[in-house]
Design a protein around this ligand. Structure first.
Ligand SMILES: Cc1cc2nc3c(=O)[nH]c(=O)nc-3n(C[C@H](O)[C@H](O)[C@H](O)COP(=O)(O)OP(=O)(O)OC[C@H]3O[C@@H](n4cnc5c(N)ncnc54)[C@H](O)[C@@H]3O)c2cc1C
Length: 420
């Protein structure tokens, strides 16, 4: 049974947005889900496995896409953004812009055609680690399971090749932006996060030293469908690392960068240590931290790791990372806060635990939304009829994001009925 109210507009199709959409739809509400990328799932899809259960992201994602596919009350627009929102609770008007995919979906396309192309682009799903053809599937689990064409990267010769090789109607290289206007009763903002720009952490060697990578890059290096087929290797020479440093709070809790704690980086790094220990039982890891923040049941993950003699926890903030040009190894400058000793240990790979920046930090959404000083959306219904969930409201893990999304869906539903 469908409830006869205006649909709920959900902006952002990560775990928070997908959850809000299916929860609202499963109690009978129509939902319009708008996602700016070509696929749903958000950042979680780029992790190799996710804590606390360490399952691959495909597990939860499959359940969510099944719920979504089975529910005719949900309309999904990928490659789409909301350009304008006007009106008030119960009666909003939103203008949505849908960018062209250039692949129609009907008839379906044989992805092997991409092998015939010369044109390539950076693989943004793998954070620029590696390239894809200009006709590509964003990732193995992509939903909708449709290829995309990067029109700018596609040469004229390859465009002609595709026109000839694809079944009639499968691609449309003249596809243009589409604008839709929808009337909705409430809005859920779930636009998530992006990693803090490590290029601003020159002192920690990112961009200067080949073997300094970020936590999000490590997820892709560990992933079976990532650039190294799931083997964590040093970017400089492709060798497996033997001795790895984790630099916690890389830019976080720092007035010059991100003053706040990103909540998940400690657990993220502990998880990464586990990836490495599973890859090589002899590997050594040292975690440089200010304090380890693993709350609630996540504390056990940390406590278990304290027993591992291959893993060292050293309380101290890393001040500088430099490269030995001959070996590509990294030397750290760090003060051991407990002994007050200055240390210069050497590692063959350094992983920076960069923090979480809201996607709305420099790109506020249309409409009258409230933000905190860092650009996170205040998700407390400060704007009547608008609710927010997940990392759009502050750094959080998947479990918190889904709970908040369920709350936001309920808030959105209640706001449409007004009063008591
Ligand atoms: C290194 C690292 C490892 C992590 N590992 C774990 C883990 O193991 N377990 C765990 O529980 N958590 C983990 N997290 C946290 C996890 O990534 C977040 O909890 C999760 O991504 C939050 O989901 P979200 O939907 O709020 O945001 P996102 O995943 O960022 O999804 C937001 C979606 O909104 C879309 N979007 C953005 N702007 C717009 C717009 N204007 N219009 C339309 N769409 C838009 C984005 O494209 C994206 O699809 C990790 C975080 C880090 C940094």
């Amino acid at each position: 049974m469908s409830i006869n109210a205006r649909p709920i507009l959900v902006i952002g199709g990560g775990i928070a947005g997908m959850t809000a959409a299916v929860e609202a739809a499963e109690v009978g509400h129509r939902v319009i889900l708008v996602e700016k990328e070509a696929y749903l799932g958000g950042r979680v899809m780029r992790t190799h496995r996710y804590f606390p259960k360490m399952c691959p992201p495909a597990c939860g994602f499959e359940i969510n896409t099944r719920r979504l596919r089975q529910n005719s009350r949900i309309t999904v627009h990928t490659l789409a953004t909301v350009e304008e929102i006007t009106g008030h609770a119960g009666n909003f008007k939103a203008r949505i812009r849908v960018r062209p995919r250039y692949v129609t979906g009907t008839p379906s396309l044989d992805g092997a055609i991409a092998d015939q192309l010369e044109s390539e682009r950076d693989n943004e799903f793998n954070l620029g680690l590696g390239r894809t053809k200009a006709l590509y599937l964003p990732h193995e689990m992509a939903w909708p399971p449709l290829h995309v064409i990067d029109r700018e990267a596609l040469s004229d010769a390859d465009a002609a090749k595709l026109q000839e090789a694809c079944p009639a109607g499968a691609i449309d290289l003249d596809m243009a932006d589409e604008e839709l206007e929808v009337k909705v009763g409430a809005v859920v903002v779930a636009t998530g996060w992006r990693p803090y720009d490590a290029a601003r952490l020159d002192h920690l060697g990112y961009g200067r030293c080949a073997n300094v990578v970020t936590n999000v890059m490590l997820e892709r290096l560990a992933a079976r469908d990532g650039p190294t087929g799931g083997k964590i290797l040093r970017p400089s020479d492709g060798d497996p690392p033997r001795n790895v440093a984790f630099v916690q709070c890389a830019g976080s809790r720092d007035e010059n960068h991100l003053p706040y704690c990103s909540a998940v980086c400690c657990m993220g790094s502990l998880k990464h240590v586990r990836y490495l220990r599973e890859q090589d039982p002899e590997i050594r890891a040292t975690v440089f931290y200010i304090d380890i923040r693993t709350t609630g049941r996540l504390e056990k993950f940390y406590q278990d790791m304290l027993d591992d003699e291959h893993v060292t926890f050293l309380k101290g903030k890393v001040a500088q990372v430099d490269e030995d040009a001959a070996t590509g190894n990294l030397q750290l400058d760090v003060e051991d806060t407990l002994s007050r000793e200055t240390l210069h240990p050497e590692f063959d790979l350094v992983v920076l635990a960069t923090g979480i920046v809201p996607n709305t930090a420099d790109q506020p959404l249309p409409g009258d939304l409230a933000y905190d000083e860092y650009g996170f959306v205040t998700g407390d219904g400060a704007t009547a009829g608008v609710f927010a969930a997940g990392c759009a409201t502050g750094p959080c893990d998947v479990s918190s994001a889904t709970k908040e999304a369920t709350g936001a869906a309920l808030g959105a539903i209640q706001s449409m009925y007004g009063g008591d």
